[in-house]
Design a protein around this ligand. Structure first.
Ligand SMILES: Cc1cc2nc3c(=O)[nH]c(=O)nc-3n(C[C@H](O)[C@H](O)[C@H](O)COP(=O)(O)O)c2cc1C
Length: 491
């Protein structure tokens, strides 16, 4: 586990998975180099000697989107299957005990302090990532820190932020996000909302900021639990918010009541510019703290055909699995989430135990996958012999087990996101960002399961026999692992 972003960058470089790029321009060049690398499954990137900026003022991208970066950041053992990673994380979180952050007086983030008129957000090489973007986004790999004024609970959430002037940045957080809820609570009281933002936190803390943890669960405390030791924080002198002591760059300030500026357009995570430019809340920056030779961590969206979040859906699947179990639903064998952002196409495999079981699971999963952002737009339930992490297997099940007339269900009215390109213009104009979810029961139909055609497959005995006699035909397999994953069940 890491104390800061730099240690992770070093280890990814040692693993041969990082390229240094010198001399690129903050205006579109960094974004384009990143886009090509993300789309073609290239390496992590560390940009230095950025045009207009001193050597040492760096930007790092594609770090947690590559398997090595994600594995190191979350402390995931090598050699685990994607489904095992999800199961392990869910099981680890089942023992969750909050580990409160440790308040310290000093830390590397305070190496440089600028306040008042000395605040200058343009002092950092924030990229304009995509050609049609409306501005420079310092916050893409960011944690926005807010406190619930009623309960004191501190939330870290990843919401983009664009620079407007030397000391004004704006912030887009969707309806329903915890940061939005906190800000609205302050505004309802007629008070400016205290905000801090970190642009370069330790990898796992950043990762947790992008996850929909249950309301009231603090990312700082979850990070402490997963690390096995508290996260060091400094109480921000301006807001009192806990800021990570080892972060690269942190700003503190206030979001004044209902003050907005035109934010965007910004190339969005769906791969489109769907929401355009809008009036969004601003933050007046009162103080900036940064390390010597600071690194902006960037995770700007690109067309999400490769990972725009993490390569394995740690941010969605384990929470759903735990939620279904907490609701008392039995028979869950595996959960995976595919699609853009690893969030739109959920697959749950079950051992069917009773009539209606698949629909119970499908509808509960659809209900639990909330929080907007197209999460669980499609929910597919498959039998336990189908690996939910393997889309080819899932499509096989949908194509061969789903009686379309009776097993596809469209339920309207869920919170979606203004970023969903398929919201029709009339709904968008009425600010209606709800959308239906589609539940697909791709299990063998319960009532005639016993008559369902049997599978074409060799018995375990037959497989064991040939693998013993002709091991040379199976050198690409781990024999024990393969055989232990096989069964004689044919329907
Ligand atoms: C790289 C990245 C950028 C994101 N940008 C935004 C954003 O600009 N606005 C937003 O509302 N959610 C954004 N998200 C999604 C939220 O971070 C995610 O929904 C998270 O759960 C929010 O935290 P919360 O549940 O505490 O509100 C982004 C996620 C990632 C991975």
């Amino acid at each position: 586990m890491y104390d800061d972003l730099r240690q992770l960058i070093d280890d990814v470089e040692k693993g041969g998975q990082l390229v240094r790029v010198n001399g690129a321009h903050w205006d579109v060049e960094i974004g384009t180099i990143n886009e090509i690398n993300v789309e073609t499954r290239g390496k992590a990137l560390l940009f230095d000697e950025i045009v207009d900026y001193p050597k040492g003022y760096r930007v790092c991208t594609n770090l947690l989107q590559i398997p090595l970066g994600m594995r190191l950041a979350f402390g995931i053992e090598e050699g685990k299957s994607d489904l095992e990673v999800i199961r392990d994380f869910k099981n680890r979180m089942a023992g969750y005990q909050p580990v409160k952050p440790r308040v310290v007086k000093d830390g590397p983030v305070l190496e440089n302090v600028k306040t008042g008129d000395d605040v200058d957000m343009f002092a950092f090489p924030a990229p304009r990532w995509h050609e049609a973007d409306g501005g420079r986004y310092i916050g893409t790999g960011t944690s926005v820190i807010t406190r619930d004024p009623d309960t004191g609970w501190v939330n870290y959430g990843t919401y983009r932020s664009m620079i407007h002037t030397q000391n004004v940045i704006s912030n887009y957080s969707s309806p329903g996000k915890h940061g939005t809820i906190h800000r609205n609570k302050y505004w309802k009281r007629g008070e400016a909302c205290p905000v801090a933002m970190s642009f370069g936190s330790e990898g796992m803390l950043f990762g947790l900021s992008t996850m929909a943890l249950p309301s009231g669960a603090s990312e700082l405390e979850v990070a402490g639990f997963l690390r096995g030791e508290p996260v060091d924080v400094i109480e921000g002198p301006v807001t009192g918010l806990p800021i990570p002591a080892t972060a690269e760059i942190v700003v503190e300030g206030f979001a004044p009541v209902e003050q907005t500026m035109l934010e965007g357009p910004f190339g969005e995570w769906t791969g489109y510019y769907a929401s355009g430019a809008n009036q969004n809340p601003i933050m007046e920056v009162k103080a900036v703290y940064f390390r010597n030779d600071p690194i902006i961590y960037g995770q700007p969206p690109t067309k999400p055909v490769t990972s725009c979040w993490f390569p394995v859906p740690l941010h969605t699947a384990p929470t759903l699995w735990a939620g279904l179990e907490a609701a008392g639903i039995s028979g869950i064998k595996g959960i995976y989430i595919h699609g853009p952002g690893e969030r739109t196409f959920a697959v749950v495999s079950i051992e069917q135990q009773k009539p209606g079981h698949a629909m119970q699971v499908g509808s509960a999963a659809a209900a639990l996958l909330t929080g907007g952002a197209m999460t669980g737009k499609f929910v597919v339930v498959v039998d336990e012999d189908v690996d939910p992490s393997d889309l080819k297997e899932v499509l096989w099940a949908i194509s061969t087990r789903c009686d379309i007339e009776t097993a596809m269900h469209v339920i309207p009215g869920f919170l979606d996101s203004g970023l969903d390109p398929s919201i029709p213009p009339h709904k968008r104009a009425a600010k209606d960002i709800t959308m239906a979810k589609c539940i697909i029961n791709a299990c063998r139909p319960w009532h005639w399961k016993a008559q369902f055609p049997p599978l074409v497959k060799a018995s375990v005995a037959s497989k064991t026999s040939v693998m013993t006699k002709w091991p040379e035909a199976f050198t690409h397999l781990n024999r024990e692992q393969y055989l232990s994953s096989q069964s004689d069940v044919v329907r």
